[in-house]
Design a protein around this ligand. Structure first.
Ligand code: EPU
Length: 416
């Protein structure tokens, strides 16, 4: 088994270039299938989730050509296959094939989505919306049989904001020639990029506050798009930099996508500078504790909650993070406590008492961002740590071990 070995307390120095967004790329690869013309996606990250999704595309007879920093997608000969292989379970984003295959063929058979184990992750709103458009939904043993004689327009209000349900609804709506109005949609930058792509396909779509109006069409043009930088990768490195870098320059940091992080840095006394899509961050002394909650964009994202927990072990006093999105995104707490942290969980609140000088330990990463939080913790800890669960971390961070090593961290992958 491959593990990450880290000897902490090394000062980082240098620069890092943030890659394209994982969650935008996953959605855009599926959106691409809607057009019979070629689609060019640039700035797609080289991570396991993308490679797994591409394997699924190949089973649908989609031709994928790797180009320097992305892919050309050619779905002229796409076929509607049952998607019931274990690969579907590797990914959360496999649910996008539901909306896409319904839009293309009016039916689909697919396993329920996978992804990190963060507690209950229902897709009831996806299905509810499908039904509203005329889709018949049958689920037997986690296999979804979806079929519609005719897809019809509707007005639908999401019960709560959901990135996946918003994008899935858009996928299907691109083929509905009547008007579809979606209320209480997610407005994450990744969703906005899907809207941009749909627009480039020649579809009439507009977003006003959190309401989308869309009128689909049969013929969809090809397009080329540059995937936005991954704001969660950027946030993870920014927190690492604020923990242990003499100076870390983070390139491709879109300030407008990361305001919640800037707010956090202001509140917790992190030293940083912003310039033209760069963040420069410094290891900061006298960090202040914060009280914060995870919420849909533009507020603090759940995907940074776990790295933030590790970071706040450095703050002088008691911090509280309320996790509002996932009921069980807490697998990192026990691991951090093994390192000597003083963290308690009360319901969905994480209470972090600092400052604590963490000590190296043998740690289990159980999910993508949990794994990233352990890397941060090991980098500020005394002595050596061993982190298991590399395969989860590789799902979402391009070359994180090599990147940190090049910045001066004592980190490598070992075989155990
Ligand atoms: N929800 C429902 N019913 C639904 C859909 C969602 O109750 O039908 C609930 C969820 O249980 C959750 C909340 O709504 O409490 C929001 O979930 P959302 O649907 O937005 O999550 P998702 O689309 O499945 C995407 C990202 C996640 C990220 C969340 C929130 C992808 C492939 N995944 O998931 O990314 O945490 O949005 O921003 O885009 C990650 O990158 O580590 C990751 C987990």
């Amino acid at each position: 088994m491959k593990v990450i070995k880290i000897t902490g307390k090394k000062e980082l120095n240098g620069e890092i270039f943030i890659k394209g967004s994982k969650n935008a790329s996953l959605a855009l690869l599926v959106v691409s299938l809607l057009s019979k013309d070629k689609v060019i996606l640039k700035n797609v990250p080289n991570i396991q989730d993308i490679l797994d999704l591409i394997e699924i595309l190949k089973t649908l007879n989609v031709e994928i050509t790797k180009i320097e920093d992305g892919y050309i997608v050619d779905s002229r000969n796409i076929i509607n296959m049952s998607l019931t292989s274990s690969l579907v379970k590797h990914l959360r984003a496999s649910y996008y094939f539901m909306g896409c295959l319904l839009a293309l063929f009016g039916k689909c058979k697919i396993l329920g989505p996978g992804g990190c184990n963060l507690g209950k992750r229902p897709i009831d709103m996806h299905l509810d919306f499908f039904e509203k458009t005329g889709v018949n939904v049958i689920v037997i043993d986690d296999v979804y049989y979806l079929e519609a004689k005719r897809l019809k327009g509707c007005t639908y209000e999401f019960r709560q904001k959901s990135v996946g349900a918003t994008i899935n609804a858009l996928l299907i709506a691109t083929s509905i020639e009547e008007k579809v109005v979606l209320k209480n949609v997610s407005i994450e930058p990744e969703v906005l990029q899907v809207i941009e792509a749909i627009n480039l396909m020649g579809i009439d779509i507009k977003l006003e506050e959190d309401v989308i109006t869309i009128k689909g069409r049969k013929i969809k043009h090809g397009f080329m798009i540059n995937v936005i930088p991954d704001r969660i990768e950027a946030g993870t490195y920014a927190l690492i930099g604020a923990s242990c870098a003499k100076k870390l320059v983070i390139h491709n940091f879109i300030i407008g996508h990361n305001m919640y992080l800037i707010d956090l840095f202001d509140k917790s006394n992190v030293k940083y500078e912003l310039s033209n899509n760069n963040l420069i961050v410094y290891k900061s002394l006298n960090l202040k504790p914060v009280v914060i909650e995870t919420l849909p964009y533009p507020y603090f994202p759940t995907d940074l909650q776990q790295p933030l927990t590790s970071f706040l072990t450095l703050a002088n006093g008691t911090s509280v993070i309320k996790e509002n999105i996932y009921c069980n995104r807490m697998s990192h707490i026990n691991e951090l406590n093994k390192m000597g942290a003083n963290i308690k969980q009360i319901n969905n609140e994480i209470i972090i008492n600092g400052p604590i000088n963490l000590k190296g330990s043998i740690l289990n990463g159980y999910d993508l961002r949990g794994g990233a939080s352990l890397i941060l913790a090991a980098m500020i800890a005394n002595n050596e740590s061993t982190i298991k669960g590399l395969k989860y971390i590789q799902r979402g961070y391009t070359n994180i071990v090599d990147n940190l090593a090049s910045l001066g961290a004592d980190i490598y992958v070992d075989e155990e």
